[in-house]
Design a protein around this ligand. Sequence first.
Ligand code: C2E
Ligand code: CA
Ligand code: CA
Ligand code: CA
Length: 279
Amino acid sequence: AGGAANQQVSFFVTGLNEQLQKRSQRLEQLKLALQCGELEAWFQPQVDGASGRILGAEALVRWRHPDEGLISPAEFIPLAEETGLVIELGQQVLEQACRQAVLWRQKPGWEAFKIAVNLSTVQLSDSKLVHQVKAVLEATGLPAEALELEITESAVMDNTQEALVVLNQLADLGVSLSVDDFGTGHSSLAYLKSLPVSKIKIDRAFVKDLPDDLQDKALCQAVISIGAALDLKVLAEGVETQAQADLLMHLGCLSFQGYFYGRPSPAAEFSGGSVGQPG
Ligand code: C2E
Ligand code: CA
Ligand code: CA
Ligand code: CA
């Protein structure tokens, strides 16, 4: 019996070793990828529901791996966060996104185009963040008001004091801030009120079963009411159907993002009509 148990243990240890090896291999690959420019910002449109006009886009990172092809962020962002590489990664995405936004804003009718970029919690606790954001705006010539930084609900709620200082400094640059994945964390409304944010994004989890799921409908209604009460814009994510958009518009949500309007795509394939203002 002891032998069988030992075998199980050694099997387990072997499995663990393999996992660790894979992880450190992945980490080395990711470091190289950052050096070689294999990480690309892709763009997904954010749209005004009533007019159908594009308000801007969210930048979403993709890894163009030489052997494995495109790798989605779910597969490497967690590793990048655990190892601090997300600071360099975030910087590269921010630069690419701002540079691209400047080009788009030169197109006739696209002058009001806004670019949204994700900020990891790890970046939020990096003392150089504010300086780096400022430097990227200066280097690319993007006006601060054209940049929106998306922070997750848990990021803000978990490191109250320091995060608040950084967020205020970012807001002072003129950059706008939005709360991503709203409703999935544990927001205190009193605390939300004290943050310099101007938008909340309704998480896809609450949108995907609309229009049929009455509980999700009630939750979306609640988030939209919170937005109205705190004078925040509300954008719904993960909108895949006309029926979802119609219901959310009926509930008072004005801006949308999701496959129904466009999937994330490389800059060269990103298209749309003229750029509008939120309705
Ligand atoms: P997120 O910020 O919540 O981004 C929205 C995700 O939903 C994206 O997944 C997007 O492709 C996907 N999505 C958009 N519309 C639809 C839809 O209608 N249906 C469905 N099923 N999905 C939709 P993606 O690009 O795989 O990114 C996943 C997550 O990885 C992001 O979630 C974000 O948390 C993180 N991420 C992506 N790029 C970056 C980045 O540059 N920096 C950081 N720190 N995180 C990033
Ligand atoms: Ca986001
Ligand atoms: Ca989100
Ligand atoms: Ca999400």
